[in-house]
Design a protein around this ligand. Structure first.
Ligand code: ZN
Length: 221
């Protein structure tokens, strides 16, 4: 009797999850994974604690990274032993406490990194794992990070990337100093007149160089 009720409860949970989040609309493709992983490291991890981050990566690995489906049903006892060791050395078997699991899940929910989709059953609770683009806190952090980077490294924005490619294309991916044939990955950009002399970073003031010529140029100045 109890197991049938449990089964019905589980089916209801699954049904609820399917209505809340139809899989087709939310699935991610393998091609998107590298991009998503980059965003997690850049925009989510810096706003998480070490435990939060470890839990998020575990949930991500068993949902989106497994088959593209952002939903995962997981139990507290699994999270207790399968994610990380407790940072308290005297903890029994180095497992983290149920309280810590609870707190970490709550923290991830509060930040918007995971979303609870139903009530727990014997297999655990159904969650949806969100990616940085869907998490408001990440979008905010990204905007702050990018504003800061533009201030610190004014040339490292998209415009600079485009300009580099233009300079490489114009010079045929050849070092303008030693004529060595380079590729997109080995080519560097150097100034004709150093910016300290008051010159600009317009394409006319930029040339393609190999790494050696670029370094040599700098030591001479
Ligand atoms: Zn060179």
């Amino acid at each position: 009797m109890n197991s049938r009720i449990e089964r019905i409860r589980q089916l209801l949970g699954e049904l609820e999850a399917e209505t809340t989040a139809p899989r087709g609309d939310l699935g991610f493709s393998a091609l998107e994974l590298p991009e998503i992983i980059g965003e997690i490291v850049d925009d989510l991890q810096p706003i998480l604690t070490a435990y939060d981050a470890a839990f998020y990566w575990f949930l991500f690995r068993h949902s989106i990274a497994k088959d593209g489906n952002p939903q995962i049903r997981v139990s507290r006892s699994t999270l207790r032993r399968a994610v990380v060791k407790s940072s308290y050395t005297d903890a029994a078997e180095n497992m983290i406490s149920f309280g810590k699991v609870q707190d970490t899940l709550r923290a991830l929910e509060e930040i918007g990194a995971i979303q609870k989709l139903g009530e727990p059953n014997r297999q655990g609770t159904l969650y949806r794992v969100l990616i940085p683009d869907e998490i408001e806190a990440c979008r905010k952090f990204r905007a702050e990070r990018m504003a800061e980077e533009t201030e610190l490294f004014p040339l490292s924005d998209d415009g600079w990337h485009k300009k580099r490619m233009q300079v490489f294309e114009r010079d045929g991916y050849k070092c303008r100093k030693c004529e060595k044939q380079l590729t997109r990955f080995t080519a560097t950009v150097d100034y004709v007149k150093a910016p300290e002399d008051g010159s600009d970073d317009s394409a006319e003031n930029l040339i393609t160089t190999c790494a050696e010529c670029n370094t040599r140029g700098r030591t001479n100045q």
